[in-house]
Design a protein. Structure first.
Length: 133
């Protein structure tokens, strides 16, 4: 199944974003995401690739994911401001732990936590809603 969903705080570290995803198997999902954030004049754009493991045949399932993201930061005044721990453009890996719902008719929802391996931010929550066909 292929799907699209919108996210709050997804992809990490964006405030809002969108994802095109596909269920490669009944227990593995891949996706490509794009997100943005704009705080205190600091703008951030994120492009991410990720995989998520699910429990097969469960409509409500715990999920565990790993993603790679390219984060582009612009508008940083003298390196003193940051957006969720990012002061400059960089690439990073982050893990995702959450709970997902995917109904038979295609509705998708998810909530959980992101953790970046490259910044000292710690855990950030996320929420996603979309549709699979």
């Amino acid at each position: 199944r292929f799907g699209m969903y919108l996210g709050v705080m997804d992809p990490y570290p964006s405030l809002v974003g969108g994802t095109f995803a596909f269920n490669a198997t009944d227990f593995l999902r891949g996706g490509v995401s794009y997100g943005i954030a704009n705080l205190s004049g600091v703008r951030l754009k994120t492009v991410a690739l990720g995989v998520t493991a699910l429990v097969p045949k469960w409509h409500v399932t715990p999920s565990l994911g790993l993603s790679w993201a390219n984060v582009t930061v612009t508008g940083t005044p003298a390196g003193t401001e940051d957006v969720f721990g990012f002061r400059e453009s960089e690439k990073h890996f982050y893990a995702t732990l959450g709970l997902e719902l995917q109904t038979v008719i295609g509705f998708y929802g998810s909530a959980g936590l992101h953790y970046s391996f490259d910044t000292g931010v710690g855990l950030l929550p996320y929420l996603k809603v979309g549709w699979f066909i």
